[in-house]
Write a protein of this length. Structure first.
Length: 93
């Protein structure tokens, strides 16, 4: 199993992360054009999204070996909108 497959297995597809960041940026751009966000705040928000995306991408590239993946399932008695929590133990460069 190569690095790409491991990343895919962990549900962190690189393209999805980038697309998500682009979508967020588009939303922010739209908000700015309709004057919902003040000029300074808009730039701040865009930089924040950009930084988030860069740090995610860097984290994905540093993953060397995925040691194990643990899935935590919330108890069925709790509300129906809970999701499984995936924890990954990884070795980084």
């Amino acid at each position: 199993m190569n690095k790409q497959e491991k990343i895919r297995m962990l549900n962190f597809p690189r393209m999805k992360v980038i697309q998500q960041a682009n979508k967020q940026e588009e939303t922010l751009r739209g908000a700015r054009s309709s004057k919902l966000l003040p000029r300074g705040k808009h730039k701040q928000a865009r930089m924040m999204v950009h930084r988030q995306e860069i740090s995610r991408r860097n984290a994905l590239e540093r993953i060397n070996i995925i040691v194990s993946v643990i899935v935590l399932r919330p108890s069925s008695s709790s509300s129906s909108n809970t999701r499984d929590i995936k924890l990954a133990l990884v070795l980084c460069k």
